[in-house]
Ligand binder design. Structure first.
Ligand code: ADP
Length: 303
């Protein structure tokens, strides 16, 4: 079982407009979709779609959107018994204005921002072999407790992965550096890697984070993904697909990589599983609409 701790929110995705909205202007979208969003929830859904047992610890509001999120996750087979509902808080929302060329996101973090490390009780680890946390910088209440959460997870025998998911204004800081010492896998995208390390190239960024133990996997959008293998850059291309919407690609990549990594497949295969799941996720709008099944991923991997 994979334990995912993090945010749950809804995504309101507006798409198909002729011009990107400018301040003071209104444009008409062709379509709108309300769907389960947030980095952590999308990764959990990706893992469940691949047949992995998943348990989620999170916080939503006691409202219709929270109900929608929990039902969507439960229908996918995710154990949501440890997702709490707060009467005082609202479920978070991301409004996404998205086209092939551009994307702007506006997020109200809501209840998810109040999730603390204490929400994960010891029993939550039972039967789990891995802990995944996403959106480090977007979870202010969770951040201070994460080193402790990682240590507790490791003491309970779990491996640990982190996806930073943050605003590029944020910089690498001592807190994150210390936190990564307690992680096995780190999944920044290219922009995050550059912002965190201040390095201009992916190879230099990966080397800056290399401590001989932590594996950093950088996702490079349509350019694929990269990691260090025996100190050398290993970069694999993305699969060519007719991409409709890149929402959730990184989280679906994480799910694919973790699916292979937890089965102890070779590093190159982990990257390929990540790439296949990242690519297939682009087939539909929103992060979860078109996530890969094992059969779909295998069909792409066989090409
Ligand atoms: P994030 O969503 O975190 O910014 P990326 O955009 O780097 O992450 O995408 C994650 C992975 O998804 C990439 O490494 C790649 O394998 C896959 N991917 C993303 N965009 C495309 C695309 N247009 N075509 C094919 N694969 C893609």
């Amino acid at each position: 079982t994979v334990l995912v701790v993090g945010e749950i929110n809804v995504d309101l995705i507006c798409s198909g407009y002729s011009q990107f909205p400018q301040p003071g202007r209104e444009v008409l979208a062709d379509d709108v979709l309300l769907t389960l969003g947030s980095s952590s929830a999308i990764c959990a859904m990706g893992l469940a779609r691949l047949g992995n047992a998943v348990r989620f610890v999170g916080l939503v509001g006691d409202d219709a959107w929270g109900e929608f999120c929990l039902r969507t996750m439960a229908d996918a087979g995710i154990d949501v018994s440890r997702v709490r509902r707060s009467a005082a808080l609202k479920t978070g929302l991301t409004v996404s204005i998205t086209s092939q060329q551009d994307r702007a996101l506006l997020t109200y973090p809501g209840a998810a921002a109040a999730l603390g490390e204490d929400a994960v009780d010891e029993a939550a680890f039972a039967g789990c072999d891995h802990l995944h946390v996403a959106s480090y910088f977007l979870q202010p209440a969770l951040r201070p407790g994460l080193p402790r959460l990682f240590a507790r997870a490791r003491a309970a025998g779990l491996s640990v992965s982190l996806d930073p998911g943050f605003d590029p204004q944020e910089r690498w800081d001592a807190d994150l550096r210390a936190l990564l010492r307690g992680a096995d896998l780190f999944f920044p995208n290219e922009m995050e890697l550059a912002a965190i390390t201040g390095e201009a190239t992916v190879a230099a960024g990966l080397r800056a984070l290399d401590d001989g133990r932590l594996r950093t996997v950088a996702t490079l959008g349509a350019q694929g993904s990269a990691t260090l293998h025996h100190g050398e850059l290993l970069q694999l291309p993305a699969y060519a697909v007719d991409a409709i919407d890149s929402t959730g690609c990184g989280d679906s990549f994480d799910a694919g990589f973790l699916h292979a990594w937890l089965r102890r497949l070779p590093l190159r295969d982990c990257l390929r599983w990540g790439a296949a799941c990242g690519a297939l996720c682009t087939r539909g709008r929103g992060g979860t609409a078109s996530q890969a099944s094992v059969a779909e991923a295998e069909a792409l991997l066989a090409q």
